[in-house]
Design a binder for this molecule. Structure first.
Ligand SMILES: CC(C)[C@H](C(=O)O)[C@@H](O)C(=O)O
Ligand code: SF4
Length: 468
């Protein structure tokens, strides 16, 4: 047998039919659904008189629109458009008999945090969702990617998806990370090197010692941003860390089924002599805490750097950099560490898990946020929130002056009441720093939870290593 990559193996195991031109029909193991990209898909089913083909493999949760303040399960707390989308999901979940975690359920949260937490996401699966950050689930060695609303309807109706195979890219992070450097810094550094188009046409497998040493939370952070580097999906081969995380979760296999699953999962790695279409290697030791200065995730630099000048770029990038500098209101040559921040957002499907909250709490313990700072921590799910309360993290956040919110996408994107006002500058743990992403005219600097917590304390972007 010819050697295969992990991606090849999962792909081959799911092909139902292949056309002469390479177009395939893939079987889908899990379909995750949220309120923004699903209403028309369900409407399409209704109009065609169809049912959901595999309701047991279809899981829905509202996350993008939901407010994160107390009393939010009262529909009157939501603006009209949000209320309509959430009510539609409530109704569709009920009418079509799919698994559902409504706003009132403690298991509700961001779809990419709920799926793994409940054991829906397992190694070797194909996982899709009408959401670009579905790449997150690749951390389990699952082939996971976003799909459009018409594809959501196709998967609901048939449990299959029409796809063409991508190319194989390997990103290896060798060696060890330095203290204060996290999964977020790894992925920002990768995107800084590849650019937002470097992964276009590829599925990326992340490997190497520094990746192996990450927890599942950290691996999810890395895969979450595969899409920001342009890749179709990100993957990490499953290992003991993965099995330990999955075992015992509500929807993970049990008993003899667990053993059978484990036997298959243990075959899920890239063969030594597998062929790669593109390879990038980065030394873990060379990665510093990393932040973005511009309006694209590729505009990322080590914390020790200065804001670049537009003419340090080439070709079309010169104008883009100038536009970023203008929008971000930054002067070239300013140390990143001197950029003043007025808002801090810790949360999102990139960094809203328990490990992220622990990292923030470690910095915030016994400290207060800078006077006048608006700072919020939004756990990625109700269960993350409950665990953080049990571990005493919530008390640390509240004592430091942070708002302690309910689960949802929150200030990651301006689809709910948590938004930046024009000109506000935010240290954010999310994954996109596009113009207006967190609110019209708002300015976003992406960084790790520990770095965002440090900025909340000092009032400016800070090297977290100076605070520990
Ligand atoms: C609203 C949704 C379709 C969108 C996505 O696809 O990623 C959102 O989650 C985002 O992060 O921009
Ligand atoms: S947290 Fe942000 S990136 Fe993740 S699904 Fe929600 S809006 Fe998209």
């Amino acid at each position: 047998m010819s050697p295969k990559t992990l991606y090849d193996k999962i792909w081959d195991a799911h092909v139902v039919h292949e056309d002469k031109d390479g177009t395939c029909l893939l079987y889908i193991d899990r379909h995750l659904v949220h309120e923004v990209t699903s209403p028309q898909a369900f409407e399409g089913l209704r109009m065609a008189g169809r049912t959901v083909r595999a309701p047991d493999k279809t899981i829905a949760v509202p996350d993008h629109n939901v407010p994160t303040t107390a009393g939010r399960d009262d529909p009157d707390q939501m603006p009209e458009d949000s209320r309509i989308q959430v009510a539609a999901l409530d109704k569709n979940a009920k009418d079509f008999g799919i698994h559902y975690y409504p706003v009132s359920d403690i298991r509700q949260g961001i779809v990419h945090i709920v799926g793994p937490e409940q054991g829906w996401t397992l190694p070797g699966m194909t996982v899709v969702c009408g959401d670009s950050h579905t790449a997150t689930h690749g951390a389990f060695g699952a082939l996971a990617h976003g799909i459009g609303t018409s594809e959501v309807e196709h998967v609901l109706a048939t449990q299959t998806l029409i796809q063409k195979k991508s190319k194989n890219m390997k990103v290896e992070i060798t060696g060890k990370l330095s203290p204060g450097v996290t999964a977020k810094d790894i992925v920002l550094r990768i995107i800084a090197e590849t650019g937002t188009a470097g992964g276009t046409g590829y599925v990326i497998e992340y490997c190497g010692e520094a990746i192996r040493n990450l927890s599942m939370e950290g691996r999810m952070t890395v895969c979450n941003m595969a899409i920001e580097g342009g890749a179709r999906a990100g993957l990490i081969a499953p290992d003991q860390t993965t099995y330990d995380y999955v075992m015992g979760r509500p929807h993970a296999p049990k008993g003899a089924q667990w053993e059978a699953a484990l036997n298959w999962w243990k075959t899920l790695f890239s063969d030594d002599d597998a062929a790669w279409d593109k390879v990038l290697t980065i030394a873990g030791e060379s990665i510093e805490p990393t932040v973005t200065w511009g309006t694209s995730p590729e505009d990322a630099l080590p914390i020790s750097a200065l804001v670049p000048s537009a003419d340090s770029f080439k070709g079309g990038k010169v104008a883009a950099a100038q536009r970023s500098l203008d929008y971000m209101d930054l002067k070239p040559g300013t140390p990143l560490k001197e950029i003043a921040i007025d808002t801090v957002f810790i949360g999102s499907c990139t960094n809203g898990r328990i490990e992220d909250l622990r990292a923030a709490a470690e910095i915030l313990k016994g400290r207060k946020i800078k006077e006048g700072m608006r700072a919020m921590i939004v756990p990625g799910s109700g269960l993350v929130r409950a665990q953080a309360e049990e571990e005493g993290l919530a008390d640390i956040f509240k004592e430091a002056g942070f708002e302690w919110r309910l689960a949802g996408c929150s200030m990651c994107l301006a689809m709910n009441p948590d938004q930046l006002k024009p000109g506000e500058r935010c240290a954010a743990t999310s994954n996109r720093n596009f113009e207006g992403r967190q609110g019209r005219g708002g300015r976003t600097h992406l960084m790790s939870p520990a770095m965002a917590a440090a900025a909340a304390v000092t009032g400016h972007i800070t090297d977290v290593r100076e605070l520990v």
